[in-house]
Design a protein around this ligand. Structure first.
Ligand SMILES: Cc1cc2nc3c(=O)[nH]c(=O)nc-3n(C[C@H](O)[C@H](O)[C@H](O)COP(=O)(O)O)c2cc1C
Length: 217
């Protein structure tokens, strides 16, 4: 390694996050930050870490891509419902999302729970994907142990043959979207001297209003 871990650090100073700029609505603020990340960040500004909890209480994290966002739907991603994450979310729908946009020096943490997206929305997104991705959803028994790469290649050949001549594949029943419905959303903006800005929005379940509070870094 040409840089020692202990010496890897930098001063965060790209932006700040004042209450006046943040405004009262976390959805509007996320929309703004996501749009800025789409302009400034490199290859995958919509990559987010999804954390779930398994039946033994073990937290599990992996990256998925954000494929839709609105106040009504929340954060939308697509996956295999029978994957490890799918099983974990079936048993415990609580989850957490994390975005890190390094050039903007921003982190967003979302806590909440998932609901399956409607069949129509999943169909709509599935048919919009490139054909190879549509095939991939049929080929991969996501999270299952397989004997080797050859097993995957063989399955790909069989499925490709099966759907030869069919332009738009049917969506596999085990594949679709989830929407993450938030209960807490925290915006973190890096600042010098490690005195970062942190604003957290929490949902009051009684009146469904969001309150904003500043956290110590
Ligand atoms: C940049 C990136 C994007 C990814 N996007 C997705 C995605 O949108 N959906 C998905 O199921 N897996 C995606 N993956 C793969 C997951 O990280 C993970 O390996 C897979 O979903 C299996 O997770 P599980 O075994 O915990 O269910 C992505 C991985 C990376 C690195």
């Amino acid at each position: 390694m040409n840089r020692e871990l202990a010496d890897m650090r930098r001063v965060y100073k790209a932006n700040d996050l004042a209450e006046a700029n943040a405004g009262p609505c976390p959805f509007a603020l996320f929309n703004r930050w996501m749009a800025e990340a789409a302009k400034t960040e490199t290859l995958d500004p919509n990559a987010m870490t999804l954390a779930t909890v398994d039946a033994a209480g073990q937290p599990k994290a992996r990256i998925v891509l954000l494929k839709g966002f609105s106040k009504e739907l929340g954060w939308v991603f697509y996956t295999n419902y029978t994957s490890d994450k799918g099983e974990e979310l079936k048993n415990n729908p609580r989850c957490s999302l994390l975005f890190w946009w390094e050039l903007l020096e921003r982190q967003v943490r979302v806590e909440g729970y998932v609901q399956k997206l409607s069949e129509e929305e999943s169909d709509h997104y599935y048919t919009s994907r490139p054909r190879e991705s549509q095939l991939g959803a049929w080929v991969s028994e996501q999270s299952q142990v397989i004997t080797g790469r050859e097993a995957l290649n063989e399955r790909e050949a069989i499925i490709t043959e099966q759907y030869a001549g069919i332009d738009i594949l049917p969506r596999p029943p085990h594949w679709g979207g989830y929407q993450v419905i938030p209960t807490s959303i925290e915006f973190w903006q890096g600042q010098p001297s490690r005195l970062h800005d942190r604003l957290r929005f929490k949902l009051n379940t009684e009146d469904q209003q969001w309150t904003r509070e500043r956290l110590s870094p």
